[in-house]
Design a protein around this ligand. Structure first.
Ligand code: BES
Ligand code: ZN
Ligand code: ZN
Length: 502
């Protein structure tokens, strides 16, 4: 979708459909919406008076202009209560409006920014919200169907602004919004790619191509190099697969590592999780191609860090493996020694995510990082705890926790803090090794015991684990998140990086 910022009067705009907005409860709109209402001889006030248009967040009302404006149709989108208005509401409104425009078969859409006028929102933030949400809502993940799509799509979005001084600010916000959205979509599309295509090698190649495009440093560790580093817990997961494991190391500002704060991001990259010999049930197994969402997010976030030229040294680590079964596969009861020298007993081969993260987090220990943050589709239990409303946040660092919660608030990608009590360590004590990878058959606090397992291998104080298993895929479309992989976590962590201060 082509997006342009245009200086001018909304009443002169030529498009298939024009989007204006309304705060909840407003009877006589002002600003741009008011001007459109006047041009339409009070048609917007009339639909408000009829109770059809209330300004409720995301509500859309379509009007026909019958020659009174150059645009044949006007769509009024609700912004919700003015007192509650923030970036999240601006994004939801933008997503709902562009979706409605698409359903009305519009190709060329014009819009005002939501909230920059009467809403009092900073014009940069307003333009970012508008562009980000519109792109996230409209992006279509490539399919493998033989027949091509014939449904008309919105091909252009023109943001119209009356105030000349706002134009450069809107340009700036639009660029930001595009980078963030396209980075999230990059992660989504990787997660959607079937695992027969998206093998560890394929993802490493995609990372290489992306790194070359945006200017990131990249190193890919092969199996032998991982062996030499002693990453035998990670490698145990890959043993059952014909696809060799890869360990991708991406760096933004590698050459300035000494002068800039370092942040390390780690992402679980299981390209397919059968469960191994602790085999998963058949029903939902096909979806386990998204068990590399954490890794895909890390690639997306590093892409954004490079394009935004953030003044940070950002390291992305993605262990990539396929969890399969063959004559060499790991078995329950096996014991492996990882990079830290600590040993681990396999209770369930389906608790493979924590195994690959154990060695990736150990590797993260070699950077003098201000924070290490991992993202993983780690447990089914996080869905039981939180449903689909927030990812689980596990950390004992109060500063990092506050920063992450602030980024969650700003982006609407919610996090909920979960307990990390030391008593949970009891449950992962092994009779023969330093730690065991599952508490089976005991199932209590499955999320917290998994986080305690990871902590066992972490060498930094400032570490946070995000369990995104419940958020990385959505069964039903939500604003900005069409059905399928969501890229949840990309916007959140890009926001964290953008606001990382001393
Ligand atoms: N990849 C799964 C977690 C998962 C489940 C992600 C559902 C998305 C949706 C993970 O590797 C796993 O299988 N975890 C086990 C851990 C258990 C064996 C301790 C689980 O949650 O059942
Ligand atoms: Zn598993
Ligand atoms: Zn898994």
């Amino acid at each position: 979708m082509n997006i342009t910022i245009q200086h001018g009067n909304i009443l002169d705009v030529q498009a298939d459909l024009l989007i204006v907005n309304l705060f909840e409860g407003v009877q006589a709109p002002g600003g741009a919406t008011g001007a459109v209402d006047k041009a339409l001889d009070g048609a917007i006030r009339q639909v408000i008076a009829l109770g059809e248009c209330t300004g409720k967040l995301g509500e859309t009302t379509l009007l026909y202009t019958l020659g009174r404006l150059p645009t044949p149709r006007v769509l009024v989108v609700g912004l919700g209560p003015a007192a509650e208005f923030d970036g999240h509401q601006a994004r939801v409104a933008a997503a709902k409006a562009i979706r409605a425009a698409q359903q009305a078969k519009a190709r060329h859409v014009a819009t005002i920014t939501h909230g920059a006028g009467i809403g009092g929102m900073d014009p940069v933030d307003a333009a970012q919200a508008l562009v980000e949400a519109s792109l996230l809502e409209m992006h279509q993940t490539p399919t493998y169907r033989s027949e091509t799509e014939t449904e008309p799509r919105v091909t252009s979005l023109t943001v119209v602004e009356f105030q000349a001084s706002h134009i450069p600010l809107l340009e700036q916000g639009a660029r930001l919004g595009r980078i963030v959205a396209e980075s999230a979509v990059f992660a989504r599309d990787l997660a959607a790619t079937p695992s027969n295509i998206a093998t560890p090698s394929y993802i490493a190649q995609q990372a290489e191509a992306m790194a070359a495009e945006v200017g990131l440093s990249i190193q890919i560790l092969e199996q032998e190099e991982m062996e030499a580093l002693g990453m035998h817990i990670l490698l145990a997961v890959a043993k059952g697969s014909d696809s060799p494991p890869k360990f991708v190391i991406l760096e933004h500002n590698k050459d300035r590592a000494q002068e800039l704060p370092t942040l390390v991001l780690v992402g679980k990259g299981v390209t397919f999780d059968t469960g191994g010999y602790s085999l998963k049930r058949a029903e939902g197994m096909w979806k386990m191609k998204y068990d590399m969402s954490g890794a895909a997010n890390v690639l997306g976030i590093l892409r954004a860090a490079a394009l935004l030229d953030l003044p940070l040294h950002v390291v992305g680590l993605t262990p990539l493996v396929e969890n399969m079964i063959n004559g060499h596969a790991q078995k329950p009861g096996d014991v492996y020694r990882g990079m830290t020298g600590k040993t681990m007993e396999v209770i369930s081969t389906d608790a493979e995510g924590r195994m690959i993260l154990a060695d990736a987090l150990a590797y993260a220990g070699r950077y003098q990082a201000e924070a290490v943050i991992d993202q993983a589709t780690l447990t089914g239990a996080i869905s039981i705890a939180l449903g689909k409303q927030a990812a689980g946040l596990f950390t004992e660092d109060e500063t990092l926790k506050a920063r992450l919660l602030a980024a969650a608030q700003a982006t609407g990608e919610r996090l909920w803090p979960m307990p990390m009590y030391d008593e949970y360590k009891e449950a992962i004590k092994s009779d023969i090794a330093d730690v065991k990878n599952s508490t089976m058959p005991e199932r209590g606090a499955g999320v917290s015991t998994s986080a305690k397992f990871l902590q066992h291998f972490v060498e930094q104080d400032a570490w946070a684990h995000l369990d995104i298993a419940n958020m990385a895929w959505t069964e039903k479309a939500r604003p900005m998140y069409p059905k399928g992989p969501t890229g949840f976590g990309v916007r959140l962590l890009v926001q964290l990086l953008r606001t990382w201060g001393p």
